[in-house]
Ligand binder design. Structure first.
Ligand code: BGC
Ligand code: BGC
Length: 825
């Protein structure tokens, strides 16, 4: 297995590595804890548990103590490891599932939970045998599990303005987690996003700290139950984790894992505000952010973690880092970082680095780099949470309440709560009178997102980025199209679905579903607040339908407010549906005017301002809090249709339909010279390389390369500036090419990455085993390019051979799924 260590933050997807701001400071900036609020920690001291903790701390060896503070990812740990290294916790990262299967059925999760539990409590090899806890990203329902109820992502819940509903969602989510045997969710995200170019903005409820604060405590009560109401595991609850501490939503230009260049007042009053009710609700864990404050990484900020969060704000749970985020602290690597624990971190999320960290921490405990008092305090905090769970008496996961009650996963009652949440989350921005739809009408449903549950669910759904999930994995879910067609039928009307809007029977009204496609961390970052070009086609459909005299209802699936002037002007009604999740019925309820929780009218309002154009920080077209109430119709004054920005967003697509994206060039040549392909057909090196345009999906949607051989010849996609891909490399991002080999792959052919002079890494292309004459998407993990400088990538794809080879290339993107994945050497 290839292991990457010590990568500094790469900031945003495809950001040019040039123009870096001054060097990061080596020490965190000073804080003034006495100016911060001091909420009350509600969990009563349990003298019996305290006695047991003290006793355990006396009996535990340094090995057991260090192990207790490590959290390993499923993909890199076995039950035998858990026993041998006394690990305190495991997690499933977004792309990990039991026994190597991210889509594993629910019983497998419970089965593996038992195996980990049994290993952790097995004292046959010595040790005190402390039961393990398993953390999962149940961030919009138990969202890693096939068949679970999927709630709207947080931004949609923010639009609902309903704290009671939030608590009910927390309770339902906790129950579903208990079915599969986990004890801990990495939720709620209580970020307060200030720049919606940030690809994680949808994980936050609102840009308004008051709204976020009004939800934070309620979600935690829903998940964990009331403090002091008995052992958590004896009931229907789990422990929560507020994240990402602190100011993850304040980073410069909305860069994921970036730097919050704000004052301590803003840090406290805006981004710290939701932590007050979270602590008052007794949140068991807090996850530190990948991001920095004033240039210094949060995971190493002692002033904020120890002096503010623990000492001033009285947080009595434990602090966990985010996915190898400790490795980004200056002077740290993923496997060596005493700075984090010494700053007040209690548990390291060390997915694939836990073993190395175990060894370094042990020696640092022995040589005093990590003081014994700090070690004992950290272990004590983890144990205190475990006692609060009632973990020592709970037995193995499958014996606990709700475990194995498969019927609870996606139960009708749970789905009803989600459906209500969906209806309440919808925001009506425009209505010329077409809504509510007439029951007996013939309705056309268009837009390719209309029958796609993955699309309506967004990132953190079964897989990490929410991509690559087949429709069959959404058993029991309702797509928008199926909800609309059922609603039309129930009203005595009819419906038809045509993604491109070409109907069979002239409809009385059309619903056009459009918007974003799924993304999660950093892959969703944008440079401007607008849809990627390839997602704007439904506007043409809307225009065509309008021209035919058909009223249009635009339904937008999106993780954030985006510039949509033309769609707003064109459609007769405009509904923001956010990322509603599995219950499309909630959208149909509102569109067809059916009562939900006693109300048939729209009630949602914007949780963040809607922009006039795509310019960052531009004026608001609709302010936060806006939304047409009820069945209001309102005369429409045409709004701005100019984005105001240049089209520079590649969003991970480096080559589309055979054409290089902005900032990239497709070139051919040998080791001495290369020529850019500006037009086709093209001949280079006296005809030894020939390039023509061929069709793929669209006319001339690909380029065909004929390499004559005789000397090493290459086809490469080159950037104008070096590109920083360190963050992508630390994740599971691949270079995904849509490729067709027209002759057998030559034995010497390589797939490589170029990082400037004398810097490159290659993988034999033969490993891909390309079938001749067949298009496929080929994924090569960035991790395969061992030794390359990933912060200075010039060409992420270089196909090279000295033998004759003919192949075609249509698309190259940075993505997380592909039909064929080349195994790293
Ligand atoms: C994310 C966290 C998440 C963790 C575990 C990190 O990369 O930032 O939000 O909880 O991974 O999947
Ligand atoms: C995510 C994990 C994910 C991993 C993929 C992390 O940044 O948070 O959940 O599985 O990347 O390598």
């Amino acid at each position: 297995m290839v292991r990457k260590v010590a990568l500094r933050a790469g900031c945003i997807a495809l950001s040019m590595a040039t123009g870096a701001l001054g060097a990061a400071p080596n020490e965190p900036p000073a804080v003034h804890p006495e100016t911060w609020p001091s909420p009350r920690w509600p969990v009563a001291v349990d003298p019996v548990a305290e006695g047991k903790i003290a006793n355990l701390l006396k009996r535990m060896t340094p090995e057991e103590k260090v192990g207790q503070l490590l959290q390993a990812d499923l993909a890199s740990v076995t039950p035998a490891d858990v026993k041998r290294y006394h690990l305190g916790s495991v997690l499933n990262g977004g792309n990990a599932g039991p026994y190597g299967d991210d889509h594993a059925p629910a019983p497998k999760w419970l089965q593996l939970a038992d195996e980990f539990y049994n290993a952790s409590t097995d004292t046959s090899g010595g040790g005190v045998g402390i039961p393990i806890i398993w953390g999962t990203d149940a961030v919009h329902g138990h969202s890693n599990i096939v068949g679970a109820t999927l709630f709207p992502h947080n931004i949609g819940l923010g639009a609902a303005h309903d704290p009671d509903l939030i608590e009910r969602i927390g309770a339902v989510t906790a129950e579903e987690i208990r079915v599969t045997g986990q004890e801990w969710t990495f939720a709620p995200t209580i970020t307060v996003p200030q720049d919606y170019r940030w690809g994680r903005a949808y994980e936050g409820y609102s840009s308004d700290p008051k709204l976020v604060a009004s939800y934070a405590g309620r979600m935690i009560l829903g998940l964990q139950g009331k403090p002091n109401s008995g052992p958590i595991l004896a009931g229907r609850h789990v422990i929560a984790s507020t994240k990402h501490f602190i100011a993850d939503g304040a980073t410069f230009e909305g860069h994921d894992q970036g730097d919050a260049r704000i004052s301590e007042e803003q840090l406290r009053d805006v981004h710290g505000a939701p932590y007050v009710p979270a602590i008052e609700a007794g949140v068991a864990t807090v996850m530190t952010s990948f991001s920095s404050w004033q240039g210094y990484k949060l995971s190493g900020n002692k002033g904020l973690i120890t002096d503010v969060l623990k000492n001033r704000m009285n947080f009595g749970g434990f602090v966990v880092t985010d996915w190898n985020s400790h490795g980004q602290i200056p002077g740290c690597t993923n496997t060596n970082c005493a700075k984090a624990i010494n700053a007040g971190v209690d548990m390291y999320m060390a997915p694939d680095s836990w073993k190395g960290l175990y060894a370094t921490m042990l020696s640092q405990v022995r040589d005093g780099t990590i003081p014994m008092a700090r070690l004992d305090d950290a272990v004590g905090r983890v144990l205190r949470v475990k006692f609060r769970l009632g973990l020592f008496e709970a037995g193995k996961p499958s014996q606990r309440p709700l475990a194995g009650q498969w019927g609870l996963l996606g139960s009708p009652e749970h789905r009803a709560v989600a459906r209500e949440a969906v209806a309440k989350s919808l925001v009506l921005l425009k209505n010329d009178g077409v809504l509510p739809l007439k029951p007996a009408a013939h309705i056309l449903v268009a837009g390719n997102g209309a029958d796609d549950v993955a699309r309506q669910s967004g990132g953190w759904t079964i897989s990490w980025q929410g991509t690559g999930i087949p429709a069959r994995e959404f058993k029991g879910a309702t797509s928008l199209w199926s909800a609309f067609s059922a609603a039309a039928k129930a009203g005595g009307g009819s419906s038809e679905y045509a993604p491109d809007g070409r109907f069979k029977k002239k409809p009385d009204a059309a619903i056009v579903v459009f918007g974003e496609t799924p993304y999660a961390e950093f892959q969703g970052d944008l440079k401007a607040l607008q849809l990627r070009p390839e997602l704007r086609k439904p506007l043409e459909t809307m225009r065509r339908l309008k021209a035919a005299g058909i009223p249009v209802v635009a339904v937008m699936l999106t993780g954030r407010p985006l510039f949509t002037g033309a769609e707003l002007n064109t459609a007769d009604a405009f509904v923001v549906a956010w990322l509603p999740g599995s219950e499309g019925g909630g959208v149909a309820d509102r569109l067809f005017g059916r009562p939900v929780a006693g109300n048939a009218a729209f009630t949602g309002t914007l949780p963040a301002a809607w922009p006039t154009d795509a310019k960052p920080g531009g004026a608001a077209l609709f302010p936060r809090g806006y939304g047409l109430a009820g069945r209001d119709t309102k005369p429409w004054k045409p709004v701005n249709e100019e984005s105001g920005v240049a089209e520079v967003d590649n969003n991970g697509v480096l080559l589309g339909a055979g054409v290089a994206s902005w900032g990239w060039a497709l070139r051919v040549g040998n080791d001495h010279e290369t020529t850019p392909i500006t037009a086709t057909p093209l001949e280079a090196l006296n005809g030894r390389i020939r390039v023509t345009a061929v069709d793929y999906q669209v006319q001339e949607g690909a380029r065909l390369f004929d390499l004559a051989g005789g000397e090493p010849l290459q086809v490469l996609l080159e950037s104008t500036d070096p590109v920083d891909l360190t963050r992508e490399t630390n994740g599971e991002v691949m270079v995904v090419s849509t490729i067709r080999a027209d002759t057998a792959t030559p034995a010497d052919a390589t797939f490589g990455l170029d990082c400037g002079s004398r810097c490159s890494a290659t993988v034999p292309l033969r490993r891909a085993d390309l079938a001749v004459g067949r298009w496929t998407t080929l994924g090569v993990s960035l991790k395969c390019f061992v030794g390359a400088k990933m912060d200075k990538v010039m060409a992420p794809i270089v196909i090279r051979t000295a033998l004759p080879f003919r192949f075609a290339l249509a698309r190259v993107a940075l993505a997380t799924s592909a039909e064929k994945v080349l195994t790293c050497p």
